[in-house]
Write a protein that binds this ligand. Structure first.
Ligand code: GDG
Length: 735
């Protein structure tokens, strides 16, 4: 029998015992007192009656002074009236006659001793008092009865308690079992129920519980399959063991290396992109082909006749295949549909999505072009294709139609909104159908997976297995899973010295050695909450003016999508706000906001992470946010504080950060103050724990788990193909 119902019953039994106990404690003296009074009243009445019956003869004997007669009257009355003793007092309160067992200590003017009741009855003749009768009764039996009564009453209470507790435990046990089994049914969806038709008391729980259980299952599964830490070597051997000889192709819009013409000749640039940061280590490990848009001014001159170039330039490990887009195509597919439509649609950062038919047409066209590039680059009919992000929602189905045996894995790097929000997209069904061409579809968090399943449920006729997290559509199965993305843990030798970085950073910014620095690193994007971050700094300096001239925020804002109005407006707004704040807190040392709208190279950026005191991430909505993890990974001194928006995927993992709501400016300001005044031991404790997590849950694990799941699905598919080809052959032979 499970322990849980007992725990529940105990929670009920202890209060019940306390209540009954208190009740008994209050009731017992009351009842006791009442019964005692009843007994005494009865005894008194009996004494009065005896006195009344013997008054006449007693007066006679008194007047005649017949001592013998009086004594015999007294003894007889004691016997017949079942009294203890009887006495007669004269008018001066002197005891003149007594029954034979009259207690020696009793007299006419003493009070009744304990255990005895004394009743007095006047003896008068013609209005003249001749004395009084003294009737004594033994009351010790009342105490005996009272003790017995208490005993019985306690026994009754104890019995009541036992009966009620047993009943309570029994009811709790059965209702718990019933509750658990209906909850299990709901979670398993044995009855095909949905959250909406769950009993009202379960509704808020069911979705969360399902997500939690799934997350736990996934964690357990992957931990069992990978007890040691994930490294590039482990990923490589996984690719070797699980996908032996299989071809791996990556598709993304952004290329990992951009060749640019400059005055010093052709230079190679790494883009500021979370996606590139995450996928590059995987490609290095599996040496496949990465298909991406060739956007650099020198990209065309650096590829071979097949539009391919080996990268990384210094130590080539895989092939980059570039796809060329016209200006119109880039306008419609990338800037238009992807970044003015899908990006705000999925982020819900209060910027309205814009949907134009012409953009959509370009989006379809470019997806088709990339799908053709995949087919052209594939040397086998069943490659593993890793599709990256929202620019290619249609591509999976297009590839599936050409390469039905391919294992197509897509990772959606941005959030997935709820069905209502997604529903405003005029091409929602087409996008969902495209995505259901995937074998495996990954999101950062279980919450995004849940939103996706609910969106498909709302807009397409499919069969969804929530327990297995699969969607069956047109005879094909898509597995939907959370894979929280991460970074590659830096190699120790590549890290610069923290003290050196602190000094360099302050020298470069012309700040005193002990100057406190906050750091923000983002693409200049409205989802990143840069305005809110500046406002928090402004508020901090209003609240703590001592910090003016002692603290600044260095904001690195890498220009991004700058041809779009929304992004130009953001840049203007950010620059203006920085200026206003700097004018408001003007001082001789440094402006509070040090805004750098430029791209930093990787080493310089790493030095900033190491040289700052606090890293501030205030995204209004973010799939994961890699900046937070990069900051943590770079702090091998275990110091520095991370302020992290609750609306990032990273906040689900990095619980030791100072988690804030970026819309609440005062909260942001207070978090900044707390970070700047946090004692080193606390910083160390928080940082150590987050570093452990980021080290273990690194990007190799992210990719490894996805590829392991893909390998499993691939094996399953091969087995089912074999079975169906055997049965076809068997059928042909029979025919
Ligand atoms: C999307 C999702 C998700 C930034 N400025 C510079 C620079 N960066 C690098 C950072 C980091 C990356 O760009 C930004 O990554 P985030 O994760 O913060 O954000 P997105 O670019 O929006 O990425 C996001 C991510 O995809 C991965 O799935 O986490 O939620 O929105 O690596 O270091 N790098 C250099 N100079 C800069 O100036 N070198």
């Amino acid at each position: 029998m499970p322990l849980r119902p007992f725990q529940l019953s105990l929670r009920f039994i202890f209060p019940l015992a306390a209540v009954l106990g208190l009740f008994a404690l209050a009731l017992l003296p009351l009842v006791d007192d009442l019964t005692r009074r009843w007994f005494l009243r009865d005894l008194d009445t009996r004494s009065q009656m005896v006195a009344a019956s013997m008054r006449e003869p007693a007066l006679d004997y008194l007047t005649l002074q017949d001592a013998e007669g009086m004594r015999s009257l007294l003894d007889r009355s004691v016997r017949e009236g079942r009294l203890h003793a009887l006495g007669v007092c004269d008018a001066t309160d002197k005891l003149i006659y007594r029954s034979s067992n009259f207690p020696a200590q009793l007299s006419c003017d003493t009070r009744a001793p304990k255990g005895m009741l004394i009743t007095e009855s006047a003896l008068e003749q013609d209005g003249v008092s001749l004395g009084k009768l003294l009737l004594a009764q033994d009351t010790s039996f009342i105490d005996r009865r009272s003790t017995e009564f208490r005993y019985y009453l306690s026994a009754v209470f104890l019995l009541m308690f036992l009966v009620i507790s047993a009943l309570g435990a029994w009811i709790a046990h059965w209702s718990w079992l019933g509750w658990v089994s209906s909850l299990k049914n709901l979670l398993r969806r044995e009855t095909g129920s949905t959250v909406a038709n769950a009993p009202p008391e379960f509704r808020p729980l069911v979705g969360d519980l399902r997500a939690m259980l799934r997350e736990m299952n996934i964690e357990r599964r992957s931990e069992q399959s990978s007890p040691q830490a994930w490294t590039p070597e482990k990923l490589r051997s996984l690719l070797h063991d699980e996908l032996a000889g299989d071809e791996v192709l990556v598709v993304s819009n952004r290329e990992p290396y951009i060749h640019e013409q400059s005055e010093h000749g052709i230079v190679v640039r790494r883009p500021a992109s979370g996606l590139v940061t995450a996928v590059e280590p995987v490609m290095r490990a599996c040496s496949g082909t990465w298909i991406a848009h060739g956007s650099g001014s020198a990209d065309r001159v650096t590829v071979d006749a097949n539009d391919r170039v080996r990268v990384p330039p210094k130590k080539p490990a895989y092939t980059l295949r570039r796809v060329w887009l016209t200006v119109e195509e880039e306008e419609g597919y990338y800037y238009g549909f992807s970044n003015e439509g899908l990006w705000p649609l999925c982020h819900m950062a209060h910027v309205r999505p814009v949907f134009r038919t012409s953009d959509w047409e370009q989006y379809v066209e470019v997806n088709q072009r990339f799908a053709e590039a995949v087919v052209a680059e594939a040397h086998t009919d069943d490659p593993v294709v890793l599709v990256q992000d929202y620019h290619f929602a249609l591509l999976p189905r297009m590839v599936r139609e050409r390469l039905p045996k391919a294992t197509i894995i897509m990772f959606w790097h941005i959030p997935w909104p709820n069905p209502e929000s997604f529903g405003i997209c005029p091409w929602r069904e087409e996008l969902l159908q495209g995505l259901l061409g995937n074998t495996l579809l990954g999101f950062h968090t279980p919450f995004h997976c849940k939103n996706f399943l609910e969106t498909v449920d709302r807009y397409l006729e499919t069969r969804i297995e929530h327990e297995a997290s699969t969607i069956s559509y047109g005879g094909e199965l898509t597995q939907v899973e959370p894979y929280p993305i991460s970074i590659a843990w830096p190699e120790q030798e590549s890290a610069g010295d923290v003290a050196l970085c602190r000094r360099e950073m302050r020298d470069e910014l012309r700040l005193p050695a002990m100057y406190r620095l906050g750091l923000g690193v983002d693409r200049l994007d409205y989802t990143k909450g840069i305005v809110e971050r500046f406002q928090a700094v402004d508020r901090l300096l209003e609240m703590y003016p001592d910090l003016v001239g002692r603290f600044s925020l260095l904001q690195i804002a890498a220009p991004s999508r700058s041809s779009l109005d929304e992004y130009q407006n953001l840049e203007t707004r950010v620059r203006k706000l920085a200026l206003e704040i700097n004018q408001r807190h003007v001082n001789l040392v440094a402006p509070p906001i040090l805004l750098r709208v430029e791209h930093y190279d990787a080493e310089r950026l790493a030095c900033c992470y190491r040289g700052c005191d606090v890293c501030v991430v205030t995204s209004l909505h973010d799939g994961m946010n890699l900046v937070a993890k990069e900051f943590i990974a770079s702090r091998d001194d275990e110091l520095g504080v991370l302020i992290l928006s609750q609306f990032t995927g990273a906040a689900r993992e990095l619980h030791e950060a100072l988690i804030i709501n970026p819309y609440h400016i005062e909260q942001g300001a207070q978090a900044l103050y707390r970070a700047l005044t946090m004692p080193e031991p606390e910083q160390r404790e928080r940082m150590r724990s987050m570093r452990q997590l980021v080290r273990d849950f690194n990007v190799y694990r992210w990719a490894g788990r996805m590829l392991l799941d893909a390998a499993r699905l691939r094996r399953r598919q091969r087995v089912s193909e074999k079975i169906s080809s055997h049965s076809h052959r068997g059928l042909r032979r029979v025919l």
